[in-house]
Ligand binder design. Structure first.
Ligand code: UDP
Length: 571
């Protein structure tokens, strides 16, 4: 029997276990992990491994996942070893300024969503609203109207799917339609299947600081079409983010500065949750180490030997996924195999802190974050270099930054911090690098039942320290926070600090700490209390910029209806 929570089993049954044509479940949870382990291990045959080596690897991959030390992203769990075989979570598609190109991208988006992937786009290449369309003599309707077409297509494909189609839409801050873009979620019924981010440039940030204007440029030919007051645009972005959490921001120039593949062109977009900047037509598969399982048995520190072993095995796993993958389009297959990007990250960070007895909102937590991620990033690189010795470097290695740094890598990027929205539920740990959202919470899964869980580490600690009672657990479920409950020792309360009680400053500090040692980007929500002031959001944006983050997503409690996670019981 696998050590899975009821919540995890419910999720697996509902969406992950393989079914026959009649919709009947035809595999057990063990069989799911075996199917994935086998199909990913078998790739080693292509690289000359013997049958018995592959059998041993199959076994190791199986234990890597069933121990819940590591899980790959959802599409790999759902589809590996099955005819569909689409294993990646992240895609970025190009949107060119032609009618054919736009609708080709809409079609490709539908194909990717059907297979469980999420898509990101830059709409910055589209000519602005009101420009002349030469072939018809008419006027162009602009990027936002085309985004609505993508949104409607996503809505249609969602029906009957295992996973919501998710999109990221990015528009550069110097696109002439930027004001419409920033305001387009004022109507809450618009673009509901999109996350929106403004692509921020260094030129813009400099103008904000100096309180100057900055130019808007025609995407075609780059002619200056007007100017805007940078500080006012920045203020508008902040106000809208305060109202609805959107748009977020991505620091495009910074992303491109860090891009190890500058010889292949510019990165214009990320995947839907922002953690994976990609070139047009690139895809990436993610996987996350469960840090809740990387503490030493005596609770004193991190088991770095264990962590190292898991990182090496996980990198091997993710590199194999690139070959095992059935790609939705030939151009995506070609691009993805040229760069062989993988994104190894973490989940259960907040759980680990509880094991170590550290509060999330502390310098100690920042230090732990930097130490762990530095270690993972460096071991992931070593693992990727080991693979390159047998399998060769990624085909676009020549001309890349890695070549200049004399690091013969198998993968152009190795680390990414994903949100781990579902796989952390399967692993029964806190999601990604987020603080504990609550000590008990409900989660709406695909708009169905609300599932209730008390935090497993809290439960265990309550039993160990002898303050467990069913009544107390009920109270925790009801309130979602332990700060006001009597009978819980203060030191326990301190380490079970939840999102609502953590200031935005610490949220940003932790995001920056992980970003420092992550090749790609970090998915993180900077939570604000309901009564937060607009100014505080502005401060968080500046802090993120100063600390080297690649983007920022903020959320003010209660500002969006249909919130996925709710603190405590909803009655
Ligand atoms: N994603 C998606 N639809 C979803 C959830 C996720 O397309 O419903 C994509 C999206 O690109 C996101 C990425 O998967 O950025 C990783 O999300 P997460 O880590 O939450 O996925 P999990 O593997 O936990 O399901």
């Amino acid at each position: 029997m696998l050590d899975l929570t009821e919540n995890a089993l419910a999720i697996l049954e509902r969406r992950y276990l393989n079914r026959d044509e009649k919709g009947e479940i035809i595999e057990s949870t063990e069989e799911l992990f075996d199917r994935v382990a086998k199909s990913i291990a078998e790739i080693d045959l292509v690289y000359g491994a013997k049958e018995e080596e592959v059998a041993a690897l199959h076994d190791r991959f199986y234990h890597l996942m069933t121990s819940l030390d590591f899980l790959p992203n959802s599409p790999t769990l759902m589809n590996a070893g099955l005819p569909l075989g689409q294993l990646s979570a992240c895609f970025v598609l190009p949107v060119p300024d032609t009618m054919e190109g736009i609708f080709e991208a809409v079609k490709n988006t539908a194909l990717i969503h059907k297979s469980g992937g999420g898509t990101g786009f830059s709409f910055s290449r589209l000519r602005p609203k009101g420009s002349v369309v030469r072939s018809t003599g008419g006027v162009a309707s602009g990027p936002i109207s085309f985004m609505k077409v993508f949104n409607t297509a996503t809505e249609a494909v969602k029906q009957g799917g295992k996973r919501r189609g998710a999109n990221m839409g990015i528009l550069r801050v110097d696109h002439p339609d930027i004001l419409e873009f920033i305001k387009c979620k004022e109507d809450k019924s618009e673009l509901t299947n999109f996350n929106l981010s403004v692509g921020i440039t260094e030129e813009f940030m400099a103008a904000v600081r100096k309180k100057e204007t900055y130019p808007l440029r025609d995407p075609i030919g780059k002619k200056v079409m007007g100017v805007l007051d940078a500080a006012q645009v920045f203020k508008l972005i902040v106000e809208k983010a305060w109202e609805s959490g959107e748009p977020g921001i991505v620091f495009l120039d910074r992303i491109n500065g860090d891009n190890p593949l500058q010889h292949m062109g510019e990165i214009e977009s990320t995947n839907p949750c922002g953690e994976q900047p990609l070139l047009p037509n690139e895809s990436c598969n993610l996987g996350s180490i469960n840090l809740a399982r990387m503490g030493k048995d005596d609770g004193r520190g991190i088991d770095y030997e264990k962590l190292k072993e898991k990182v090496h095995l996980a990198v091997h796993f993710l590199d194999n996924v690139i070959d095992a993958n059935t790609y939705p389009l030939p151009e995506i297959e070609a691009r993805s195999k040229e760069t062989r990007k993988i994104g190894l990250g973490v989940m259960g960070f907040a759980d680990l802190l509880t094991l170590l007895g550290i509060s999330y909102d502390s310098e100690e937590a920042v230090t732990v974050a930097e130490q762990i991620m530095k270690f993972i990033n460096s071991e992931a690189k070593k693992a990727s270099m080991n693979l390159a010795q047998d399998r060769g470097t990624f085909p676009q290695y020549h001309g890349s930054r890695w070549e200049k740094e004399n690091m013969p890598l198998r993968n152009a990027t190795t680390t990414t911090i994903a949100p781990t929205g579902t796989i952390s539920m399967i692993a029964g740990c806190s999601s990604g690098i987020e603080p504990l959202f609550a000590v008990a919470y409900t989660k709406v899964c695909m708009d169905e039942d609300k599932l209730m869980e008390v935090h497993p580490v809290f439960k265990r600690l309550a039993l160990e320290k002898g303050f467990y009672t069913p009544e107390l657990m009920e109270k925790v479920k009801k309130l979602g926070s332990v700060s006001m409950i009597k009978g819980i020792p203060d030191e326990v309360k301190r380490i079970f600090v939840t999102t609502q009680d953590i200031s935005p400053y610490w949220h940003v500090r932790l995001q920056a700490a992980f970003q420092k040692y992550t090749d790609n980007a970090v998915s993180k929500t900077i939570n604000f209390p309901r009564n937060a002031h607009v100014k505080e959001i502005e401060e968080a944006y500046f802090l993120a910029y100063e600390l080297g983050c690649k983007g920022l997503t903020v959320y003010r409690d209660g500002s969006r209806e249909g919130q996925v996670l709710n603190v405590g019981e909803v009655t």
